[in-house]
Design a protein around this ligand. Structure first.
Ligand SMILES: [Ca+2]
Length: 273
């Protein structure tokens, strides 16, 4: 199947999903076919907005020539994302986390700031609970999905170009953060409508951290073995190099830090595809 055929088939599936979801609204979620958005109802007047990320392919990792690059970002290799998915337009906020778990573990407290002091295990449990509440397949993004969405069709060091001179327009990082997190969604979004992919808090991804393959891969899930979990995007305590689209680090799945949070994705279910 060609990419265009695949996209067309998914568009039909999504349209059908909108029709099926519409009658009673009891699923805790609502779709908007026109905008490609999904809004989850977390209860207590708290919602979460996600945007549809199309299927496609991209070059994952950074070229040897990229400023600030680390060896773990190579080799660059082609990644094919075969299924569209919804991604949170912002990091999970403290209000959203508390609506689902009843607690707010953050050090840098503000309901509209990203939740931090959450481990990979905590983030995964949040996804599980939100899935049960909304009857949607909520999960952390794979590392490949995260970088694909961060790049939003670009191949440059940042989603807005190769120079970090405009980073302050898109990100909270060490030079402008005042050593704290900030309310999500205040800076410019990338071309796919995602905010704070660069900066604010580092974001947990689903898979295990490991070396990259040399050849093209389809829907990679991460390393086959290991214990370390991936973090992406840099944060309020990070320098510009950390905020690059290809930048990656890792941590133990039970470690918590005021520098680390997450955002969620929702799988688009399509039986038979
Ligand atoms: Ca971030």
């Amino acid at each position: 199947m060609t990419t265009r055929q695949s996209v067309g088939r998914w568009a039909a599936v999504l349209a059908a999903a909108v029709i099926l979801a519409a009658p009673d609204g009891s699923s805790g979620a609502s779709n908007s076919e026109a905008t490609g958005n999904l809004t989850l109802d977390l209860g207590g007047g708290v919602t979460m907005k996600l945007v549809l990320i199309p299927a496609g392919k991209f070059m994952m990792g950074s070229p040897d020539s990229e400023q600030g690059r680390q060896g773990s970002e190579g080799p660059q290799h082609e990644v094919i994302i075969t299924k569209p998915f919804y991604m949170g337009v912002t990091e999970v906020t403290q209000a959203q986390y508390e609506a689902i778990t009843g607690t707010n573990p953050s050090h840098l407290k503000d309901a509209t700031n990203p939740v931090e002091m959450v481990s990979w295990n905590d983030a995964t449990e949040f996804c599980k609970e939100l899935s049960e509440k909304t009857r949607q397949a909520v999960r952390l993004p794979t590392e490949a999905e995260w970088e694909y969405a961060c790049r939003a069709g670009t191949a440059t060091a940042f989603s807005f170009g190769d120079s970090d001179s405009a980073l302050g327009d898109y990100a909270w990082y060490t030079s402008n953060s005042g050593r704290t997190t900030h309310p999500v969604g205040q800076k410019k979004p990338n071309a796919w409508g995602l905010y704070d992919m660069h900066g604010n808090v580092w974001e947990w991804c689903a898979g295990l951290y490991g070396g990259y393959p040399n050849d093209a891969v389809t829907d990679p899930k991460g390393a086959a073995s290991g214990t370390r979990r991936v973090l992406r995007g840099g944060g309020w305590f990070g320098n510009p190099a950390h905020c690059r689209s290809a930048s990656r680090r890792y941590d133990s799945p039970d470690n918590r830090s005021s520098r680390c949070g997450f955002r969620v994705v929702v799988s688009v279910s399509a039986p038979g595809l």
